[in-house]
Design a protein around this ligand. Structure first.
Ligand code: S3P
Length: 748
């Protein structure tokens, strides 16, 4: 039977299923398969006669046998669902029987022990024995608690050995999948270690803590005042003591290992409390809080984990509407990243306000936490970074995962190339496709040792302990990420590091370095730094992101009757290409209240609806509007006449190939959009229809098509939108607030 066996209800997968041990788990397995009609016959056996009677009465099994030998007669599959310490005796009895070709499997919480016992009693581990472990326990127990849906969306781990029969494995796998479980395969040892850490240790702590408090004299007081924290933490101390006693004895080695590691960490915490080590405590608590939040994202399958594996998030954008009111979009992504990086490398504590709580910037925070920096927040845009100085970073415990964030990876590679420790940078499926040679090549010229995957793609492995030397680099492409990467490496390199750009790109790194008191020389198109200085902690106010504002600038321009004001937007001249291009197209955009905040120009931007016309986009504006082209293409589709973009081949290597993906989507909506190698030609002014388009996991594509609906004749369904959270987590609520008609259609 193949692993992808088609499961149709009513077609038996096995003729006779035997379940030995009719408790919660065995009973639920039997009942679930029986109800789905997947077994010709389900036979049960339990040492307790009352459980046998109940199992038949409750429809858990078709019949029960009176002894093991009778139960196993003619069995195709035998599920062993007895307590783990009873397993050895059961296996010994089974070894005496003629089991024919029956497939054996079990549900024990520790696998090494079961495999060892089976090996002993059978002489060797039977090839048709597939060890398994459903992670679906509850505080309930017994056959009366059996539920046919118990395993739905629960993990089941199978731990086949090297010579496990593939057909047997595939059959057991299919049975669990039929019960709607998420089946995974793992090595026995790995399973036992993971479970010791994630399940067995917490149970030990819960039992231990409750007992320790309960036996003290003042226990009445303690329990009377036991608040939510105590109750939450110790809920699992209500679990079955006998079962847990068995588990600890069965998984002894792995538990001891994880317990010893934990004891060392607990001792460090004790020492910190004793010595008033507030910094250590804050470090542990902030890291733990972040890990806990990240963990809930894993469970909720949010974008930060890996969009390509997460479920499709569909936006439904309904036609029409106009925009009115005032709004402040979240903080600038580029500045948010840099505030964490430079704040971490500074001496002292940096306070950040207006920080973007999007997944890309959160990935940068996590990276620095992994390297030992204590970072509080973000909470309502406030972050406190306890800088460790230029030489204070610590080796990360494992690969640094940067999600979807190209900026994090490129800037960090410069910084890490100069550290005394090795590091590995990884990311999600989209980031893994993006070119990194543009940073790896010049860094190698400075003396860095960097390995990449094929064609310069991530992951990057950076060897520490290299002496970097400064150099002059003429950038072949206009990229602020490459420039920033080299300047960050330059903070550690001997002599001067200078970078000349072919066209101006965002200069936030240069500005912010100066804000931290680090000298940067900027002459014309060249920026240079020398090592030997320090960064001094500062206060950073992150302005609203002009790239996120751009969606509303275009939206208000194309939707008749619109009049909005975007507040506190960063209008650094290296970022305002979108305003220039929209104005060339005839947009009505007014900048008021212009001021400078923390070294960055800021303004309020009023945008009113206007009749747009197609233009030839001046090439010198391309790097200054590099992230805004997807939504500018929507403006072009609504503008009278032809819009032509050239010199923008960089768009092909962003979070998606933004030229192709936008052209495909616009064509679907009936817009004539012709991609060229370095740009696009859009014939605007026609009707925009509705339809299904794909964002390809690219946040800016998803938001751009949401804007297009303001002028479409029918709804636009936009697939693969989860990554909007990388740069603009509250896009939908702000869009709705000002009058757009876009929302989540379904998140299956
Ligand atoms: C960024 C630079 C740009 C931009 C990206 C952010 C930065 O990338 O597209 O979203 O923060 O330095 P390139 O440097 O690749 O043009």
């Amino acid at each position: 039977m193949s692993r992808d066996v088609e499961l149709r209800s009513g077609v038996p997968l096995v003729h006779r299923l035997v379940v030995v041990g009719l408790g919660l788990i065995g009973g639920s397995f039997a009942k679930g398969l029986r109800e789905r009609g997947l077994c010709g016959e389900v036979v049960g056996f339990d040492l307790d006669p009352r459980s046998r009677e109940l199992a038949v009465e409750l429809g858990v099994v078709d019949r029960c046998a009176n002894n093991l030998a009778e139960a196993c007669e003619g069995a195709d599959v035998i599920q062993l669902a007895v307590p783990i310490l009873a397993m050895e005796r059961l296996l010994a009895e089974l070894a005496m029987l003629d089991l024919g070709d029956a497939v054996l499997t079990d549900v024990g919480s520790a696998k090494g022990n079961v495999v060892r016992c089976a090996g002993e009693v059978f002489g060797r581990m039977p090839q048709r024995f597939v060890p398994g472990h459903p992670i679906a326990g509850s505080e309930q127990s017994g056959v009366t608690a059996a539920k046919s849906t118990l395993f739905r969306r629960h993990k089941v781990i199978l731990t086949p050995l090297q010579d496990t029969d593939p057909a047997a494995l595939s059959l057991v796998d299919s049975l669990w999948r039929a019960l709607e479980a998420d089946v995974e395969h793992m090595e026995v040892r790995h399973h036992d270690e993971v479970l010791a850490a994630t399940s067995h240790l917490p149970h030990l702590l819960a039992f231990g803590l409750v007992d320790s408090l309960a036996k003290r004299n003042e226990n009445l007081e303690i329990f009377r005042y036991a608040a939510g924290g105590f109750r939450d933490f110790t809920r699992i101390a209500g679990s079955d003591p006998v079962m847990w006693h068995d588990i600890f004895l069965a998984n002894r080695e792995a538990v001891l290992h994880t317990l010893d590691d934990f004891r060392a960490d607990l001792d460090a915490l004790r020492a910190a409390v004793e010595e008033g080590g507030g910094h250590t405590l804050l470090g542990v608590f902030t890291r733990a809080k972040a890990a806990r939040e990240h963990f809930s994202k894993i469970l909720a399958r949010r974008a930060y984990v890996d969009v390509m594996h997460s479920n499709d998030l569909i936006f439904l954008a309904n036609p029409g509407g106009s925009l009115n009111g005032q709004l402040r979009v979240p903080g600038d992504k580029s500045i948010s990243h840099r505030s964490i990086m430079l704040g971490s490398l500074a001496e002292g504590t940096t306070e950040v306000e207006g920080f973007l709580e999007g997944e890309d910037a959160l990935a940068t925070i996590q990276a620095f936490r992994d390297m030992g920096v204590v970072i509080e927040g973000p909470s309502q845009g406030r972050v406190t970074v306890h800088g460790v100085g230029l030489h204070g970073l610590k080796p990360p415990p494992g690969p640094i995962y940067l999600g979807n964030s190209g900026t994090s990876m490129r800037l960090l590679s410069g910084l890490l190339a100069a550290q005394p420790f090795d590091s590995t940078l990884t990311g999600d499926a989209s980031l893994t496709k993006r070119p990194m040679n543009r940073v790896a090549k010049p860094l190698r010229e400075m003396g860095a040792v960097i390995e990449t995957a094929d064609e310069g793609r991530p992951p990057l492995t950076i060897r520490g302990g290299q002496k970097l030397s400064g150099m002059h680099y003429e950038m072949p492409m206009a990229s602020a990420q490459v420039k920033s990467c080299l300047l960050l490496a330059g903070l550690y390199a001997a002599e001067k590091t200078s970078v000349t750009e072919p066209a101006p790109t965002r200069d936030h790194t240069e500005r912010m370095l100066q804000g931290f008191g680090y000298p940067v020389q900027v002459e014309g198109s060249t920026a240079a730094v020398e090592s030997g200085h320090t960064l001094r902690a500062t206060h950073i106010e992150v302005p609203a992101d002009i790239s996120s504002s751009a969606f509303f600038m275009v939206a208000a321009s194309i939707a008749p009757g619109s009049d909005i004001t975007l507040e506190h937007v960063g209008v650094n001249p290296t970022r305002t290409g979108v305003i220039d291009i929209l104005r060339l197209m005839g947009a009505n955009i007014e900048l008021t209240n212009q001021r400078e905040v923390g070294g960055e120009p800021v303004a309020d931007i009023r945008v009113r609806a206007a009749r747009l016309k197609g233009v030839d986009i001046p090439e010198d504006l391309v790097p200054l509007a590099i992230d805004e082209f997807p939504v500018l293409f929507v403006a072009a589709a609504c503008a009278e006449g032809r819009t032509t973009l050239r010199g923008a081949e960089e768009l092909r290597v962003k979070e998606s190939d933004r030229i192709q993906v936008m052209a495909d989507g616009l064509q679907t909506l009936g817009v004539k959009a012709t991609p060229t190698p370095d740009g696009i030609i859009i014939e605007g002014g026609g009707t925009i229809g509705g339809g299904e388009v794909w964002a390809h996991g690219d946040h800016r594509i998803a938001m751009s098509f949401s804007v297009a609906a303001l002028r479409s004749s029918a709804p636009i369904r936009i697939h693969d939108c989860a990554n909007v959270a990388t740069s603009f987590p509250n896009f939908l609520s702000l869009a709705e607030k000002v009058g757009m008609r876009v929302g989540v259609e379904s998140s299956s």
